[in-house]
Design a protein around this ligand. Structure first.
Ligand code: GLU
Length: 476
């Protein structure tokens, strides 16, 4: 039985796009399901646009998500000699030829073709044919090398996702396989690599559908076995537009920075355009077990939904234990240079982890416990009367001398409420705003107990001072 071999072949020309990771995930999971081999190949022959930092981001992103590769990373720029071995073979076997047409000449044929309502294409003036006399070679012009695409017939493949696809050779140009600068082009390198790397299943975005017949023709000229091809529909945004490579929110590292967990991202992307019954939440291991056939992938574009990703992230955050979460957010809170009490922070995590969608939200909450947020005075004023202000002053007094513990805080708060004839929400709301800048929190005695006493006193005093400075609108 042949071993399944799949690959992810990104071009390192920008960020690591979320659509690209989805492609990588399906390719990876397919190999994992069949105990096959998954390869990482960096397609860096576009030298002007490829960068080392983009390559590093791909490697880091794959590692972060746990999409481990068994072979690679292979770099196309390191395989140029191999490509030329094949190019020389194609040249000497009449499958490829030098073309000396200048860019201006090609543009002018195209203009003419357009004016006749024809599809613009290369006029094949340099294509050698028996009995044809070729133009004389212009001096000092660097040629490109073109593949001699068959002139007739069709290319048909059974796409793993989209089913049977047929494209006529009449639609295809004589593809440039080596540019004038001597660098082989994507379609050529990808075809040779898929062959050399013994790829059995090419799973990639459907923006490559037009490249597939070109690559098949090259492989056919070499007389080698073709891989299966599967083209994944693109990911679109809520406006049904392809999510662009340039928008920040399509960069996988943006989600890492924002505090999304790899499990949530992989679960979300696996479910995007694929399903297994009604299952919404599943581990990546489970997904690999289920994912045995690309035909169950949707044929239509998949709509990216941030709310659903957040929902899944919330689910996985809740399921993590508090210490693991602390380890993950420690680097973020350390950057703020705050001195925190680990035991208390663990309690804060346990109390808030089911209320946040991201690790950043969770660390923001922890930071607020130690470093004062800007007081939301306009909001606070809505919950303040003179009596409540007096009750807050009483809090400062009473809180100074009690044992700092939830139960005692509860009793103390109740005494203050009784003294000023207030109910709990009347005092709890302003305290929530003063302490956490929020209207909704778990019970206020619990929140208070997780704070450092002096921080509570300072924040209440500061709020009273601010209210006194702006007390014109207060009413009894
Ligand atoms: N390098 C191509 C890209 O980043 C992918 C090519 C392929 O998968 O064949 O779009």
């Amino acid at each position: 039985m042949t071993i399944v071999r799949t690959r992810f072949a990104p071009s390192p020309t920008g960020n690591l796009h979320i659509g690209g990771i989805r492609t990588a995930l399906f390719s990876w999971a397919y190999a994992r399901h069949f105990n096959g081999i998954f390869i990482l190949r960096i397609e860096d022959t576009d030298i002007n646009r490829s960068t080392l930092s983009a390559t590093q981001t791909i490697i880091d992103g794959m590692k972060w998500l746990g999409l481990n590769y068994d072979e690679g990373p292979f770099y196309q720029t390191k395989r140029i000699n191999r490509y030329f071995e094949i190019i020389n073979y194609l040249l000497s076997n009449d499958y490829a030829y030098y073309c000396y047409s200048s860019v201006e000449e090609i543009e002018s044929f195209r203009k003419k073709q357009r004016s006749f309502g024809e599809k613009p294409r290369y006029n094949r003036i340099w294509r050698p044919e028996p009995g044809k006399i070729l133009p004389s070679i212009p001096i000092n012009r660097k040629p490109v090398i073109r593949f001699k695409n068959p002139l007739y017939g069709n290319i048909t493949w059974n796409d793993l996702i989209k089913g049977k696809i047929t494209i006529s050779n009449k639609e295809l140009d004589d593809l440039v396989i080596v540019r004038a600068d001597g660098i082989p082009t994507y379609n050529f390198c990808a075809a040779i690599d898929d062959w050399d790397m013994k790829i059995t299943h090419v799973i990639r975005g459907d923006d490559h559908i037009n490249n597939t017949p070109r690559q098949i023709n090259i492989l056919k000229a070499l007389g080698v076995t073709l891989p299966f091809y599967g083209h994944l529909p693109m990911v679109i945004d809520s406006n049904k537009v392809k999510i662009s490579k340039r928008k920040e929110a399509t960069d996988i590292m943006y989600y890492k920075k924002k505090g999304f967990l790899p499990e949530a991202i992989l679960n979300y992307l696996a479910r995007l355009g694929w399903s297994h019954g009604n299952e919404e939440i599943f581990s990546i291991k489970q997904f690999c077990y289920w994912f045995n056939d690309c035909k169950y992938l949707s044929k239509s574009p998949a709509q990216f939904n941030l709310k659903k990703l957040e929902w899944l992230n919330n689910f996985y955050i809740k399921s993590y234990d508090d210490k693991k979460l602390l380890n993950l957010i420690q680097p973020i809170i350390k950057k703020k240079n705050i001195e925190y009490n680990t035991l208390n922070v663990l309690k804060i995590i346990s109390l808030f982890k089911n209320r946040v969608n991201t690790l950043t939200e969770l660390s923001d909450i922890i930071i607020i416990f130690y470093s004062a947020p800007k007081l939301h005075i306009e909001l606070l004023k809505k919950y303040i009367t003179d009596i409540i202000k007096l009750a807050l002053m009483e809090c400062v007094l009473q809180f100074s001398n009690i044992i700092w513990e939830k139960q005692i805080l509860n009793i103390t708060l109740k005494k203050i409420l009784e003294k000023f004839k207030l109910n709990m929400p009347q005092l709890a709301m302003p305290l929530r705003i003063i302490l956490l800048n929020k209207l909704q929190t778990p019970s206020i005695d619990l929140i208070l107990s997780l704070f450092n006493r002096n921080i509570v006193l300072d924040r209440i005093k500061n709020a009273i001072k601010n209210l006194n400075n702006t007390n014109k609108n207060l009413h009894i």
